[in-house]
Design a protein. Structure first.
Length: 594
């Protein structure tokens, strides 16, 4: 009997062990499926780091050159598109009728071998709204067989067979495609994974963009047409339906940069509410609602009165005010002709001599406006540091303020010292750099002031180019570089890898090497720096030519070009046809010869 019980126990243990093993296996399979599905939803946008191929234009036809300027495809086509300039895939249009959408294409590689000939037609995916300098999907192509469309990658691998009525790029979201089947729209990513089924009459991206995740967390507004008009819903970036298709209007609050939290303003039956993901944060009780991104508060309107609600849905001020205005963290609420100031928690603030207090990017300074509409500045101890005597004040950087007086601009510091007299038409900070730029519109002179308010350079008829780690001023006879604090720096500091550098001696320009030895005599009226392909422009008597990085002239100055810094590859000059469609040509030379 004991042996029998022992055997039963052992048998039960084996069964339990087998069941546990099966459960573990099932969990592993489920996890693996989940990981696979997620991997199919995720995709990476290819980054083009170096251009190898370029479109050229001659006598009304297009061809292709490489970065050395050698012709790869003779200019004989109505149009050519190079969806990824780092790869030898050239979509050549023998017929290109953009108005009637009539195209006949043939695709070649850099050996002039035809690609993807098994398809009736192959085209690039063109962004309907350009978001970068390359308006194409850079990894996939659209195929056509009969009246149906599919997708292949550049190697020719079929990702989706031609089964859809249409496939187009989705505006503002690279890598996501708008597909149509049986008259309805859905979404598919560049891997061919269906993200949103083809169930809708309209789909658009919500426009969300975060610098860290870029467009990855951008969701979708979907809609279907009813007898009462369109009704809208919301789907997140992973294809999960967050709001049913039942709203009159939907808009995501894109200024709230929270990838995991989606805030949507939705109107239903003429009333507006706010959702946080799928939770109704602010009920549909309001006729109007405006989000203030400075303090994360909503102004709401109901029955002609205004109130304030915070981002958690808490009522800060009841809807009983005639007018509500924000100034930084200060709420100015008016009722029955009386104005009361509140903080962003709804706590009443002591009365002030100012009708408005404006926060700056420096926590130590606040711009004030008095009863007469004059501007001044106080510090965080509420002590006046600039009297309210100016028509307008804008914070610049450090302890400097751009002020307006009698219609002219000047600069005043926190000690009320005039750093720049009030003689300027324009004074502005250069983006987020510690640099002030002044412009005298009478003689079109631009001046640069550094972080210590010292004038470091002046240039007439200048154009400014702003880069991450420097800025550049260029005119038709001059060029100068500055660091982010406004101090002059050399081109050698910026371009330590270049063989030759532009240099000015007197009124003429030439080129030196990295140790300062003159390699091209300074005899030109202007030159460009050498580009990444080893070519620079040389200007003489109002015309441009081309020189290579060995100092050899490719084309004498005979181009008629209306540009401060034209760009060249061998004898070809870069032109911009708009919407990101660039090409190179040497027809400027031929026109001069004729």
């Amino acid at each position: 009997m004991e042996k029998k019980n022992k055997k039963n126990k052992q048998s039960k243990k084996k069964v339990i062990g087998a069941v546990v093993g099966v459960i573990i296996l099932l969990i592993a399979v489920i996890v693996a499926i989940g990981i696979y599905r997620q991997s199919q939803r995720n995709y990476e946008i290819e980054e083009v780091k170096e251009y190898q191929y370029f479109k050229i234009y001659e006598e009304g036809k297009y061809g292709v050159i490489n970065k050395e300027g050698n012709i790869i495809i003779e200019p004989q086509y109505a149009m050519i598109m190079i969806p990824n300039p780092s790869k030898p895939v050239f979509v050549c249009y023998e017929v290109y009728d953009e108005i009637n959408k009539n195209y006949e294409t043939i695709v070649y590689n850099d050996k002039k071998e035809q690609l993807y000939s098994q398809y009736e037609q192959v085209q690039p995916f063109i962004f309907s709204e350009i978001t970068n300098e390359l308006p194409f999907e850079k990894s996939i192509l659209k195929t056509k067989q009969g009246d149906k469309y599919g997708i292949i990658d550049f190697s020719g691998k079929e990702i989706v067979e031609p089964i859809y009525e249409s496939i187009e790029s989705l505006p503002y979201k690279e890598g996501m495609l708008l597909i149509k089947q049986n008259g309805k729209y859905g979404l598919m990513n560049m891997k061919g994974t269906i993200i949103v089924p083809t169930e809708y009459d309209l789909i658009e991206a919500d426009g969300y963009y975060n610098t860290s995740s870029k467009n990855e967390k951008e969701g979708y507004i979907v809609a279907n047409k009813t007898e009462q008009g369109y009704r809208y819903g919301y789907i997140n970036s992973q294809g999960k339906k967050m709001l049913e298709v039942e709203y009159n209007e939907i808009e995501r609050i894109n200024s709230i940069l929270e990838d995991k939290e989606i805030y949507v303003i939705a109107m239903k039956n003429g009333k507006i509410g706010v959702y946080q993901n799928q939770t109704l944060l602010i009920p549909h009780d309001y006729e109007k609602l405006i989000y203030n991104k400075v303090n994360n508060l909503f102004t709401v309107n109901r029955n002609g009165k205004q109130g304030v609600i915070d981002l958690q849905g808490k009522i800060i001020l009841n809807t009983e005010y005639d007018d509500i205005q924000f100034s930084g963290k200060i709420i100015k609420a008016t009722k029955d002709g009386n104005t009361v100031f509140y903080n962003d928690k709804g706590e009443e603030q002591e009365k002030s001599d100012f009708v408005d207090i404006i926060y700056t990017t420096n926590e130590n300074y606040f711009i004030t406006i008095n009863q007469e509409g004059k501007y001044g500045v106080i510090d965080k101890q509420k002590q006046t540091i600039i009297q309210n005597t100016f028509e307008y004040i804008e914070y610049a950087f450090k302890n400097y303020f751009i002020c307006t007086q009698n219609g002219k601009l000047g600069v005043v510091n926190a000690e009320q010292k005039y750093e720049l007299d009030f003689i300027y038409n324009v004074i502005q900070r250069v983006q987020d750099k510690n640099i002030l730029q002044t412009i005298n519109t009478e003689n079109n002179t631009m001046e640069i002031y550094n972080q210590d308010m010292q004038k470091v350079y002046s240039m007439q008829n200048a154009t400014m180019y702003i880069e991450d780690n420097y800025i550049k001023l260029v005119s038709d006879v001059d060029r100068q570089y500055f660091d982010n604090n406004g101090n002059i720096i050399s081109n050698q500091t910026i371009f330590p890898e270049k063989q030759l550098l532009a240099v000015k001696q007197g009124e003429k320009w030439g080129f030196v090497n990295q140790v300062g030895e003159m390699k091209v005599e300074p005899k030109y009226d202007m030159v460009t720096e050498f580009n990444q392909y080893g070519y620079a422009g040389i200007k003489q008597d109002g015309k441009w030519g081309v020189i290579n990085q060995e100092g050899n002239i490719i084309v004498e100055p005979i181009y008629e070009i209306n540009a401060l810094e034209p760009e060249f590859i061998s004898k070809y000059c870069k032109q911009n046809a708009g919407y990101g469609f660039e090409y190179y040509t040497d027809e400027l030379i031929k026109e001069e010869e004729e």
